[in-house]
Design a protein. Structure first.
Lengths: 290, 250
């Protein structure tokens, strides 16, 4: 039982991290809460399905196409849905949420609601870890989560664009005065966020079917991980994913699987009451008074 | 000296009903140092924000080396070679001091360093910090900006502008919040930069230091330019005395 909890806790935590990473990256860089994140996650799941099943595009090429298109989609979405209301937080949320609802309900209207909509796993089959069976797809999810975090660390510390991301995150006006185009970087942050969402959909959606509702759930996951971890802290997101991921599995095993969804909401409420800047979030306001 | 290095022509800007800048014009020749003084709220920082593209003027033009740069976005103006510090320091708090300089060092402007081959950006950053008075062999350049005292942050802003290799450097109250000894150590740095060919604009309240190094001073009051000239002329101007000290003592 314990081995099961550890293995599935890790898998579940990795799923949460993959789904939340893009949302938190965008917010961390440009303070844009992209409420279309869950919809983008589902949109590219469906697009991937269309590439594979309608257009008969080879699997690897379909993945590549999905990643590229999701990046372009995020970039354009910034200029269409966010740029004009930039800085007005509530309007940003309303605008991106409207975009998200539009995307998701469009697919519902199109009839993308049956059981045929599922993506194939990257690799079929399973193996045993400590006598416990685990399929390759879930193993790949854990590895991908680790890989993506490592990529993000390298990217934000050693590349020009990544450093620009951090500069904008830390002080937008200074960054502009040093020759960084804040609008372009913000658009790129949404682009990266979308691309991360599509990575998550390619890896996570094969575990079940693609459903409209999981788009709303993905947004909830992203918000929960972000709030619990502290929105601009990568270690915080990892910690939050682990805490939420394991608590969910334990609740699922010992209480009831019906309560699993409640974990997100309870965690958000508890964290907002007890430590509003998240487990590892930084008290920005305090520091900026220097 | 190159004439008309920077020309500001009839620039005006209102916020709501308040005229922050009203029909201000001046020109600046290359490799000179212009001081902008005036009481608080005179519009000095607004003027700088207009020149550096952070605020669009309601009317008027800003011409830099013959190009009209009025209303260009801030990052493009930085690319053209105008760097600025901020009155209230704006470091990248969560980066080590020297990493604060990496961002401008990645700019399109910066292709080589002081004529030589570029080499390692971190080393260049540490070199620049040493120039503005960070002790090279100490841990100071490697400390997080959030842990540095105010005087260091001020000089960090200066070094960060220098990393951009600007042609025009605008210092918005660089000396404010610095100790006497820090000011005394920074004045020669500014004189050296000018000797190396840089053109500078300084907004400053420390008039004694400013008047020693400025070639020309303009005085703003309630958004209008009330005087312009050599420091020695401006200091004798009646309007300036009124603006600074009040009508009765004039």
């Amino acid at each position: 039982m314990l081995t099961g909890i550890i293995v599935y806790g890790l898998v579940n935590s990795s799923i949460l991290l993959l789904v939340a990473l893009g949302f938190c990256l965008t917010f961390g860089v440009s303070r844009i809460a992209n409420f279309a994140h869950g919809a983008i996650y589902i949109l590219f799941g469906y697009l991937m399905w269309i590439f594979l099943n309608w257009l008969k595009i080879p699997f690897l090429f379909a993945i590549l196409l999905t990643l590229v298109l999701s990046g372009i989609f995020g970039y354009v979405a910034y200029y269409v849905a966010v740029r004009r209301v930039r800085g007005i937080v509530l309007s940003e949320v309303v605008s991106t949420f409207a975009l998200g609802v539009g995307i998701l309900e469009f697919f519902r209207w199109m009839g993308f609601v049956t059981y045929e909509f599922s993506l194939p796993p990257i690799k079929k089959g399973s193996l045993y870890i400590l006598g416990f069976p685990i399929d390759y797809q879930r193993l790949i999810i854990i590895l991908a989560a680790i890989g993506l975090v490592a990529f993000l660390y390298f990217f934000t510390h050693y590349t020009k664009l990544g450093l620009s991301f951090r500069a904008i995150a830390q002080n937008e006006r200074t960054a502009i005065a040093l020759g960084i185009d804040a609008d372009r970087v913000a658009a790129l942050s949404v682009a990266f966020g979308s691309a991360f969402a599509s990575v998550a959909s390619i890896l996570v959606l094969p575990l079940g079917i693609i459903s409209i509702n999981s788009g709303y759930e993905a947004l909830l996951i992203a918000i929960a991980v972000g709030i619990v971890g502290g929105l601009e802290s990568i270690p915080g997101m990892i910690l939050a994913s682990l805490v939420l991921g394991f608590v969910q599995i334990v609740v699922g095993v010992y209480v009831s699987s019906a309560w699993v969804m409640v974990v997100y909401l309870l965690a958000i409420i508890v964290i907002l009451v007890v430590m509003p800047s998240g487990l590892l979030g930084k008290f920005k306001e305090l520091e900026e008074r220097v | 000296m190159r004439e008309n290095f920077l020309v500001v022509e009839n620039v005006s800007k209102s916020f709501g009903g308040v005229k922050a800048i009203s029909n201000v014009s001046f020109s600046l020749s290359g490799n000179s140092l212009l001081g902008i003084i005036g009481p608080n709220g005179a519009g000095k920082t607004t003027l700088i924000n207009i020149i550096t593209g952070f605020i669009k003027p309601d009317s008027g033009r800003v011409i830099f080396k013959g190009d009209d740069i009025t209303g260009l976005p801030g990052y493009k103006i930085a690319e053209k070679g105008i760097a600025r510090t901020f009155q209230i320091v704006r470091p990248f708090l969560h980066l080590p001091a020297y990493k604060n300089l990496i961002i401008p060092l990645y700019s399109k402007r910066v292709k080589s360093f002081r004529g030589g081959r570029f080499g390692d950006r971190d080393t260049v950053a540490i070199d620049l910090l040493e120039e503005v008075g960070f002790e090279r062999d100490s841990s100071v350049p490697y400390k997080s900006a959030s842990s540095l005292p105010h005087g260091y942050l001020k000089r960090l802003e200066l070094a960060r502008c220098l990393a951009l290799q600007p042609e025009l450097l605008i210092l918005d109250e660089l000396f404010s919040g610095m100790s006497m000894s820090e000011v005394a150590a920074t004045v020669p740095i500014i004189e050296k930069l000018k000797a190396e060919g840089l053109t500078l604009i300084m907004i400053e309240h420390r008039l004694r230091e400013l008047f020693r190094i400025a070639d020309k001073v303009i005085v703003l009051n309630f958004g209008e330019k009330i005087a312009e000239g050599k420091p020695s002329e401006v200091i004798e101007n009646e309007l300036v005395k009124v603006a600074y000290l009040g009508a009765e003592s004039a």
